[in-house]
Design a protein around this ligand. Structure first.
Ligand SMILES: [Fe+2]
Ligand SMILES: [Fe+2]
Length: 276
């Protein structure tokens, strides 16, 4: 496979027609036999991969170029998730706007060509596949919950169901309830993943104020969490389940890795991937 075919495979698994803004081929590679896949990739690891004879390094997190510069665009997917769960479009758009406002200056500041330039000098294939993997992961989490939740579930039931996914049972992190109570009714719930990064305070607030009782994030910053506690109560009726960063990222990554391996590409994983 070449890098274009690998990207096309990721998109088809994610049921996406367009390449998301946070996903990019930095250095194309033809006929990839051996690929190294990590959640985060740095310069030393590109050298290591070259020394070990890999044709291609795939990073999950954005590594440069437009994947970094245009990253805030992907946050708009939070708006689509909110709308699919009944939040009015104007409210969802306002939450996305608030998220993006905080991110554009950061994206603009980035050294977007550091890692791609190193890969070019080394002559090694290099790409990042971010949102397609996260979208696959979001769908797996969503479908797993739908398929296995008991009637009138409590929050603890949802956490138990998610532990049925091997990435969660084998990770070194646990699924944490950061707000609410295990015995609360799960109520109306939504998995807010596959949209760049977590939706922080703005997305969770939009959800809680428009009928969603339980939000699933894969990670959250302490400052954003504090604002949620202030707004909705540490042990109130609204629940925030945080599933764990690398464990959750691994779900979508593993789905792609399995498909690549079945097509004859040797894929080795490192840098946090819970390879189950
Ligand atoms: Fe991710
Ligand atoms: Fe991530």
């Amino acid at each position: 496979m070449d890098t274009q075919e690998i990207l096309a495979l990721a998109l088809s698994l994610a049921r996406q027609k367009e390449v998301p803004a946070d996903t990019e081929i930095h250095v194309p590679a033809r006929s990839v036999q051996k690929a190294l896949f990590g959640i985060d990739v740095d310069s030393g690891e590109l050298v290591l991969a070259k020394q070990l004879g890999y044709d291609l390094v795939i990073s999950h997190h954005p590594t440069g170029g437009s994947a970094v510069l245009e990253f805030p665009k992907v946050l708009a997917k939070h708006g689509d998730i909110l709308v699919r769960h009944g939040v009015p479009r104007a409210v969802a758009d306002a939450a996305v706007h608030e998220l993006q406002e905080g991110r554009w200056p950061e994206a603009h500041r980035e050294n977007y060509d550091r890692l791609p330039s190193i890969a070019r000098m080394l002559g090694i294939g290099f790409m990042c596949i971010h949102n397609p993997c996260d979208e696959i992961g979001r769908r797996v989490m969503d479908e797993t919950l739908r398929a296995h939740l008991p009637p009138t579930p409590r929050v603890r039931d949802a956490i138990d169901v998610l532990y049925g996914l091997p990435e969660f049972s084998e990770a070194e992190t646990r699924i944490e309830l950061r707000m609410g109570a295990l015995d609360n009714p799960l109520g109306s719930w939504a998995v807010h993943h596959g949209a760049g990064t977590n939706g922080g305070f703005p997305v969770a607030r939009a959800a809680y104020e428009h009928g969603i009782d339980t939000v699933f994030y894969i990670h959250i910053d302490a400052g954003q969490l504090r604002r949620l506690h202030e707004g909705f109560g540490l042990e109130g009726r609204k629940n925030l389940v945080v599933t764990g960063h690398v464990a959750s990222d691994s779900i979508g990554i593993n789905a792609l890795v399995r498909e690549l391996r079945s097509r004859g590409v040797r894929v080795d994983t490192y840098s946090g991937i819970v390879d189950v």
